[in-house]
Design a protein around this ligand. Structure first.
Ligand code: TYD
Length: 216
């Protein structure tokens, strides 16, 4: 019995991690096995690649090398964690996946989307999320949230506001290209309200799980 693969996407500061955790709590309350994971990361190798990607000291990293490093971390994550978890029936909640590469390296850095899709096809072993929730959030507010958070600002967060605005617009363009694959949620509201919409967005997938469990 295959689990479900739900991905959260959005710009830095959009509240993805909070929303992922809130959904995770609801799923656990329903007795479902849930795994929280993230990209880049989720594995020992991936977390090490993450350190390179987010370290502001590597300012010389060229966009293609950046894209390959995200894809390398992804290949490890999919093979080591995501596919085995899905195979054991777990609901995998993932903070970012391929669409982050399309939005950041594609719309943000200007790498051709087709090229990124080519790189990511082998990196994902063809795995496509059952649901991708995009938290649509104002880029200016996202950057304000990050700068007032008090923690150190990583290499990607240091990019100009204009870069983050392109990423935010990129997510909407991706959703517009293929509305069946994405649910866009307005994240410019209090977390509780956003959560209600996340639950609505997840309804189809949750109903599928409930139907399957009632047959079991
Ligand atoms: P994230 O874990 O959301 O950062 P934080 O823990 O600081 O909230 O993501 C790390 C950064 O990597 C984020 O700025 C988005 C970027 N990113 C890409 O540019 N491409 C990718 O494919 C992925 C997965 C992330």
């Amino acid at each position: 019995m295959r689990g479900k693969f739900i991905v959260f996407e959005g710009i830095d500061g959009s509240g993805k991690t909070t929303q992922l955790k809130l959904l995770g709590v609801k799923l656990k309350e329903r007795g479902l096995p849930v795994l929280h994971t993230r990209e880049p990361g989720g594995t020992r190798v991936g977390e090490t690649i993450r350190e390179i990607l987010l370290n502001p000291e590597y300012s010389e990293l060229v966009p293609r090398a950046e894209a390959f490093l995200y894809a390398a971390a992804r290949a490890q994550h999919v093979a080591q964690v995501i596919m085995p978890s899905l195979a054991s029936g777990t609901v995998v909640l993932c903070d970012r996946f391929v669409d982050s590469s399309l939005a950041y390296q594609g719309f943000g850095r200007g790498i051709d989307i087709g090229l990124l899709e080519k790189i990511n096809e082998p990196a994902t072993y063809g795995l496509v999320p059952d649901l991708t929730i995009i938290l649509d959030f104002c880029a200016e507010d996202g950057m304000d949230r990050i700068s007032s958070s008090g923690r150190s600002i990583d290499r990607i967060e240091r990019e100009a506001r204009d870069f983050h605005a392109k990423v935010a617009a990129g997510y909407l363009a991706l959703a517009g290209r293929d509305p069946a694959r994405y649910r866009v949620v307005d994240a410019n509201r209090p977390a509780g309200q956003v959560h209600l919409d996340v639950m609505k967005a997840a309804e189809v997938v949750l109903n599928e799980i409930a139907a399957r469990n009632s047959r079991a």
